[in-house]
Design a protein around this ligand. Structure first.
Ligand SMILES: [Zn+2]
Length: 682
């Protein structure tokens, strides 16, 4: 989902951001305001450019901080959470009595912060794995090494995981899929424009430096970098485009171990499955069978020596953030600075808080929830969720293009949606993971292996619908088609998304639209293809399906006309097909939350607050959660990889299609915020 706003506190915040941002003794900054009048740019008409109106002053006063590549209201809240988490971790590290989760996260964080021990160890943490790769002699050994790397959570060559069966969501089965790339998308390897060629050149230089840091001579390292790029280009060519993969049909290939092993014999898949630590199984889904068929010949054509170089790279690259300063800096220079336009690395403590969340997120999350959320937060959110679900029922009921037959099925799906709020019912037990105070790299590897083992254990078992995909402090939310559930981690259930003291208009414009957004995902171009039980099964009449597609095509071409980046390298437009699901969810979410708010406030005249009516406050609150600034580099990367539109279009795209918005602000036909051809799916 994601991104942001602020006002007096924001301006203040921005000014002192790099030094303190810590009005309280614990260092935790003040709460972020939910609605910010000072963010508004009154020099522009809301009907001309609503995003500029809602966010103009905020954007002016909140440039991207040097340690970020994007700075929006979501990021502001995520940053706020980092301070809270640091406080929790400092406390967990302090002498005294601590619970098991406290002890564990405290030691993990402490080991990450202990840079002098990390420096002393140098490249030692890499040694065992690089030695194992060095011992690879045959193609079969290559695959065995891939299995070992997967077991410790290091990506290489292809992907393997457990996920609900697309046709029987109650059963979790094994999945095999394309993978093995390092750059964020296949296009970086394949496109022949000047910018892509430049990126590949920079990538080569980066790999060379990393190989040198691992101990290789410059000329050897340069040759190794070229080898890796060639191997990964082969994998990229065999990979399916991410826009095409949005259609579940392209990923639906249930088969048997015998069949896929025979179709791509050079992968030695039977051996791979036997040695990767997963339970024994006979049936699985292969996301992209063509990838395995194509790479099958690459496995033969590329020498064992070159595969070893590729595996060395995947190991070094994966471990770099846990190694010495030299590795961490080189990793940042390429991935942070060059790829995303981030000027400086985040301070060590922020990276270590994030690393703890990534490795032991449910233990840290438990402490975070105890400190911030409580049971009242769950109740309040649930009330809003119910109100918005009831708005969706009403919305479906009013549709003129959908038959009663399909509507009936849509209600069934809507009524079946499971609402998960705040945090899981059961906390994860990490007691089998060894965490020590002087081994950051080892801690990360063991926590990674624990997670892989936990995921593999789900294979050929009834689906665990209670397991969360995000940690509680995360500022985000998600819908899962196979589970048919909407999920709101505690991290997002606070200002600016939800303010206890705020009027309904603001809360519905912010977290209300987020709830509506996630709900709509169950009915977007992807979600609509799954039924109430989470099975990939068409529940639409053919005529209604066509009507849906017509409306979705309207949204796709509308957003394809929006400019995402315009810099000295030229102009890039949004990919309306890649972002279709998110744009559908934004438009639907805005509509549903507005309906729910109308239901609450009715026609009773409500006194304006800050000079705005509740309806105006609703749309402004929506606009302001997406206030953001972003570097050109980050914006370019996101056009290729992010299914979400940038903040400007999340706001202006949705309001242009909204009659309620136009009525609220008195917009006239011909004005930019009144689409000539308004698209509406839900
Ligand atoms: Zn979304």
């Amino acid at each position: 989902m994601p991104m942001r706003v602020f006002s007096v506190v924001l301006l203040l915040c921005a000014a002192i951001f790099c030094s303190a941002q810590s009005p309280s003794p614990s260092g935790v900054p003040k709460e972020i305001p939910s609605f910010d009048v000072t963010a508004i740019d009154k020099s522009i008409e809301p009907c001309v450019d609503f995003y500029q109106y809602a966010c103009g002053n905020w954007m002016k006063h909140n440039p991207v901080p040097p340690d970020k590549s994007r700075w929006g209201r979501f990021d502001e809240l995520a940053e706020h959470n980092l301070y809270i988490l640091r406080d929790i971790l400092n406390h967990a590290q302090a002498p005294g009595k601590h619970t098991a989760p406290e002890k564990m996260v405290g030691e993990f964080y402490g080991a990450c912060m202990d840079e002098s021990t990390i420096e002393k160890k140098g490249t030692a943490p890499l040694t065992p794995e690089l030695a194992a790769i060095n011992g690879v002699n045959t193609k079969a050994d290559v695959i065995k090494q891939v299995a070992a790397m997967h077991q410790s959570g290091k990506p290489a060559l292809f992907a393997f995981y457990g996920q609900p069966d697309m046709h029987d969501s109650n059963a979790t089965i094994a999945y095999l899929d394309q993978g093995g790339l390092t750059l964020p998308d296949r296009d970086y390897y394949i496109k022949d424009d000047a910018k892509s060629a430049e990126t590949r050149q920079k990538y080569l230089e980066h790999m060379q430096k990393m190989f040198e840091l691992a101990g290789d001579k410059p000329d050897v390292a340069a040759a190794e970098a070229k080898t890796v790029l060639a191997v990964e280009t082969g994998l990229a060519t065999a990979s399916m485009d991410r826009t095409l993969r949005r259609d579940p049909k392209t990923r639906d290939h249930k088969t048997t171990v015998t069949e896929i092993a025979a179709a791509a014999p050079n992968f030695d898949l039977t051996e791979y499955f036997a040695s990767n630590g997963s339970p024994k199984f006979t049936a699985l889904n292969v996301g992209n069978p063509d990838f395995f068929k194509q790479v099958n010949s690459q496995l033969d054509a590329v020498s064992v020596a070159d595969w070893k170089t590729y595996l060395r790279w995947k190991t070094i690259n994966s471990e770099a953030p846990t190694l010495t300063k030299a590795f961490v800096e080189e990793d940042f220079l390429f991935n942070g600075k060059y790829m995303s336009g981030q000027q400086e690395m985040e301070p060590r403590w922020k990276r270590c808080v994030k690393a703890t969340d990534q490795s032991l997120g449910m233990a840290l999350g438990q402490l975070y929830v105890d400190r911030t959320f409580g049971t009242a937060g769950k109740e309040r959110t649930l009330t809003m969720v119910k109100a918005i679900e009831s708005a969706m029922k009403q919305d479906i009921n009013q549709l003129t293009w959908m038959s009663d037959t399909t509507k009936k099925q849509a209600y069934v799906k809507l009524n079946t949606i499971v609402n998960n709020i705040g945090y899981p019912d059961q906390w994860r037990d990490y007691s089998s993971v060894t965490i020590t105070s002087d081994d950051y790299s080892g801690n990360t590897a063991r926590a990674g292996a624990f997670e892989v083992k936990r995921q593999y254990a789900k294979i050929d078992k009834p689906t665990d619908r209670k397991d969360w995909s995000m940690t509680p402090p995360t500022v985000n939310a998600y819908y899962r088609p196979p589970m048919n559930d909407i999920n709101f981690p505690a991290g997002i259930l606070q200002p600016p998304f939800y303010g206890k003291m705020m009027d309904d208009a603001v809360n519905y414009g912010a977290i209300g639209v987020v709830i509506g957004h996630e709900l709509t995902h169950g009915f977007d171009d992807q979600g609509r293809k799954y039924d109430a039980q989470g099975n990939f099964q068409d529940w639409w009449t053919p005529a209604d399906g066509k009507e849906f597609e017509k409306r979705a095509d309207c949204t796709a071409s509308e957003y394809s006309s929006f400019v995402a980046v315009k810099d000295d390298k030229g102009e890039v437009k949004l990919n309306g097909k890649l972002t279709l699901g998110e744009n559908t969810a934004d438009n639907g979410g805005l509509k549903l939350a507005y309906m729910a708010l109308t239901e609450i406030i009715g026609n009773t005249p409500v006194k304006p607050i800050d000079g705005y009516t509740p309806q105006q406050r609703f749309f402004l609150a929506y606009g302001q959660i997406w206030c953001q600034n972003v570097t050109d580099q980050e914006a370019r990367k996101r056009v290729l990889t992010d299914p979400h539109s940038p903040g400007r279009w999340r706001v202006n795209g949705a309001v242009q299609n909204s009659a309620a918005f136009q009525q609220t602000f008195g917009c006239k036909a011909g004005q930019p915020m009144v689409s000539e051809n308004a698209c509406r799916v839900w």
